[in-house]
Design a protein around this ligand. Structure first.
Ligand code: GLN
Length: 464
């Protein structure tokens, strides 16, 4: 691991930035586009916004990337959409995504895959918010909203060469965001520069009584009080993030970022968070369990895809629901519903409970590493001399080509899940985390203590 620092500036600094050279055509970033032009005022006036198609809106269907909701139009707008519009941003369209947020490549959409704008040939954009990342990379939007359950903002941001910020769970309202796994789902922001990320975050970072998991004023006050206690300049590098799958390119980016922080007066410390090794299993247990429960509402009777009435005439209600669901859900969604229902069943040997223990241990380990106390744990141990932030690559490699990715996942569908290894820790602990485009098509991820979004943005600024 220490070799990371030894090979200082091995890669020319001029390669740190890369630009998007492609045209806007055929990337399939949008599911629907808006036409009207409006004049506006406010802190986001003049900015074009793209919104992932799992934020409900009244002006067009909200599909969540699924055949199930192809024609569904919401009677209200998501809080976040109302907030950006009230601040003057103009929504230009709804972006393509993996169905219900399930995926890391944006190849699981009923509306086709998103093509990564960073490459001349067909590479995956990353998912599940691939359309949002691509829309920003293509300059079709100045910023985009996405959702990050286990990495779906950070991974496509890394693959498409843009910023992708997942704030602390609870800072931004989820009201009107179609649920995948509600204890993990977090609204995130994409942009091509950090100042835009900041301006959008400032608009969205407010209490919302419609979402009971959104921080109220007292927690917000407590966070800003604790924030004043943060004075550490130590960056932690968890050894568990050095995984066999990581490419030289990812290691180079990591190395460069650490060196740049040393130059800015930060101290680098190698640390261990042993539970990270168990997290993919815990994540896919918890996420599929919550998804199975959330997706049970789509039966095609109250709303959602429904087979024709001629067909239903001779069918039992059970068969109708079963036919609606097996026709309109894609194969990845069906797989996860089955997995989730198994996990929650008594036959599974308490998988769900065991996964929640792993999650609890993870939070305790993070609390011992950070120098700022976790606002959710009044008397919890924290490390006065600990780290202000942790740093690692966002992805184990730059975006693979579609052919390479398809071959790997055909060999074993579990290969698709490996891409999440570096992003799920922050998701399971609810930590703020940002992916910044660093160099050579590789993003770098900065994570902070729960509630300490400020430090994450500050370190990101140092590296930008
Ligand atoms: N790839 C992960 C999954 O499929 C994360 C998805 C997300 O963050 N929405 O669950």
């Amino acid at each position: 691991m220490r070799a990371l620092l030894r090979s200082r500036y091995r890669v020319p600094i001029s390669l740190r930035r890369y630009s998007n050279q492609l045209t806007k055509d055929n990337h399939n970033a949008f599911i629907s586009k808006r036409k009207e032009e409006t004049n506006s005022s406010g802190s986001l006036a003049g900015l074009k916004a793209a919104v992932k198609d799992n934020f409900v809106t009244t002006k067009e269907p909200t599909t969540s990337g699924s055949e199930m909701l192809r024609t569904y139009v919401s009677p209200f707008d998501a809080t976040t959409v109302s907030l950006i519009e009230a601040s003057g941003a103009k929504v230009v369209g709804k972006t393509n995504m993996d169905e219900f947020g399930m995926g890391s490549s944006n190849t699981n959409s009923a509306f086709g895959s998103v093509v990564n704008p960073m490459f001349p040939e067909n590479h995956i954009s990353g998912g599940s918010s691939g359309g949002s990342a691509a829309a920003v990379a293509l300059r079709e939007a100045d910023f985009a909203l996405g959702t990050d359950t286990g990495g779906s903002v950070r991974l496509p941001a890394s693959y498409c060469g843009v910023y992708g910020f997942k704030p602390t769970y609870g800072r931004i309202s989820r009201w009107g965001v179609i649920a995948y796994a509600q204890s993990l789902d977090t609204v995130g922001i994409f942009a091509r520069d950090l100042d835009t990320v900041r301006s959008v975050f400032d608009v969205l970072d407010v209490a919302d009584s419609k979402d009971p998991t959104c921080f109220d004023a007292s927690i917000r006050h407590q966070i800003s009080h604790q924030k004043n206690l943060q004075s550490s300049k130590v960056i932690g590098v968890p050894e568990e993030f050095v995984v066999a799958e990581m490419t030289e390119e990812a290691k180079d980016a990591w190395n460069l970022a650490l060196c740049a922080l040393v130059d800015e007066g930060y101290e680098i410390r190698y640390i261990s968070i042993p539970t990270i090794k168990k997290l993919l299993l815990a994540y896919y247990t918890i996420a599929t369990a919550e998804a199975a429960s959330n997706l049970s509402r789509y039966e095609g009777i109250r709303y959602g895809y429904s087979i024709s009435s001629e067909e239903t005439a001779s069918m039992t209600p059970f068969d109708i629901v079963s036919k609606n669901r097996s026709t309109a859900f894609g194969s990845e969604v069906q797989r996860r519903i089955i997995l989730g229902n198994y996990t929650l069943s008594s036959d599974s040997g308490n998988h769900y409970l065991r996964a929640t223990h792993v999650r609890k241990n993870l939070v305790a380990e993070f609390n011992k590493v950070f120098s700022m106390p976790n606002v959710l744990f009044d008397n919890e141990v924290y490390n006065r001399d600990g780290c202000c932030a942790l740093l690692c690559p966002t992805a184990v490699s730059p975006a693979p080509s579609l052919a390479e990715y398809t071959q790997e996942t055909n060999e074993n569908f579990l290969n698709a899940y490996i891409n999440d290894i570096l992003t799920v820790p922050a998701s399971l602990a609810g930590l703020p985390s940002i992916s910044i485009p660093y160099y050579s098509r590789q993003g770098i991820q900065i994570m902070g203590q729960f509630g300490d979004d400020e430090t994450v943005l500050k370190v990101a600024k140092t590296l930008s």
